[in-house]
Design a protein around this ligand. Structure first.
Ligand code: SF4
Length: 339
């Protein structure tokens, strides 16, 4: 690990000042991703700005307008088990519990989860070239071992996937990220928070270098029982998704009034195509339509030598997730067998 200096700001304004005035600074809270990256020499911050004790960012706050604001420093465990989240937005609770291990969820924060970096093997190996780690050096994953890589939205510069489970649920729920920078606060819709790799794979998000995450806001629509977070992985625990699906529906008198679907493990950001959701709104749940939704969501999917299997896996996962959501039988994150 490289030497670094350490700052512990006592206010959001002070934290923003720290990152704005020092381009080599990194923000740390739970440290469950950043410390690994520092040990592997992937990240070499000259200064760590420890925001873990900032006041006002550890609350889950239900608002009179039906929305809820989850502070950036709320741990994954506290968010998943908070009664407001569990009862009101069970899709988010389920996705949080599908991720990592209990120990990691106890330390990891909501803000850090939003900003965690890809698990591409080459990205973590500082001896290898990698456009995300060192722009312009190449992408060995394209012709190398690419079993866990993207099938949608990839570029000739990078085929990495976004690793978070939580973010897939936040994308489906149309959450909004609140951030603060030198110019004040702003809101970034989840659809615009993460980026596709394009020509700048080194940029995972649209958060500016001098901004910090304050909170995530969940909209008032909750989807009740008709949701599921279905995660398919190589083993049932402590593994990143090969493919995951967050699905939610509002069903009235047997008809789907509103639908939301987002995919994880398939692209550089949670994958959502709103037109696919419209295909099942206003109709009764219909397995043939679920297949059509899957085809639409996966339009243009292209696999590589080791991950082409993900296309069919995703097709089946989308169908299964929509069936689970329609039936009101969400995937259990304790008994992980898929019904
Ligand atoms: Fe690096 Fe992206 Fe290629 Fe992985 S897929 S080696 S992160 S450029």
């Amino acid at each position: 690990m490289n030497p670094f200096s350490y700052a512990r700001p006592s206010s959001v304004a002070e934290a923003v000042r720290e990152v704005a005035t020092n381009p080599a600074a990194k923000v740390i809270a739970g440290g469950t991703n950043l410390v690994d990256l520092m040990k592997y020499h992937v990240e070499r911050p000259a200064r760590l700005v420890d925001v873990s004790r900032l006041p006002g960012l550890k609350q889950v706050e239900a608002r009179p307008d039906g929305t809820v604001r989850i502070g950036a420093l709320v741990t994954n465990t506290d968010a998943a088990y908070h009664p407001t989240v569990r009862e009101g937005w069970p899709l988010l609770s389920s996705a949080l519990l599908a991720g990592a291990t209990a120990q990691l969820r106890n330390a990891a924060t909501i803000g850090g989860n939003l900003l965690q970096r890809t698990r591409c093997y080459y990205f973590y190996d500082a001896q290898m070239p990698c456009n995300k780690r060192e722009p312009g050096t190449g992408c060995p994953a394209i012709s190398g071992v690419n079993r866990v890589h993207a099938i949608l939205g990839h570029s000739e510069r990078c085929i990495a996937t976004h690793p978070s489970d939580m973010c897939v649920a936040l994308a489906a729920l149309e959450a909004v990220v609140h951030v603060a920078g030198p110019g004040g606060e702003r809101r970034i819709p989840m659809a615009e928070f993460h980026r596709l790799p394009g020509h700048e794979p080194e940029r995972d998000t649209n958060l500016a270098r001098d901004e910090i995450v304050l909170a995530v806001e969940l909209p008032a629509h909750r989807f009740g029982l008709h949701h599921t977070y279905l995660k398919l992985r190589d083993r049932l625990s402590y593994a990143f998704a090969l493919v995951s699906v967050a699905a939610a529906m509002e069903i009235e008198d047997g008809t789907i009034r509103r639908a939301r679907i987002a995919l994880g493990g398939v692209a550089h950001k949670p994958w959502r195509v709103e037109a696919a959701e419209r295909m099942i709104e206003g109709i009764r749940p219909d397995p043939r339509r679920f297949d059509e939704v899957a085809e639409y969501l996966l339009e243009g999917a292209r696999g590589f030598q080791h991950n082409a299997f993900k296309i069919d896996l995703a097709r089946r996962a989308i169908h299964r997730a929509l069936a689970q959501a329609a039936a009101g039988t969400p995937q259990s994150q304790t008994d992980k067998r898929i019904a």
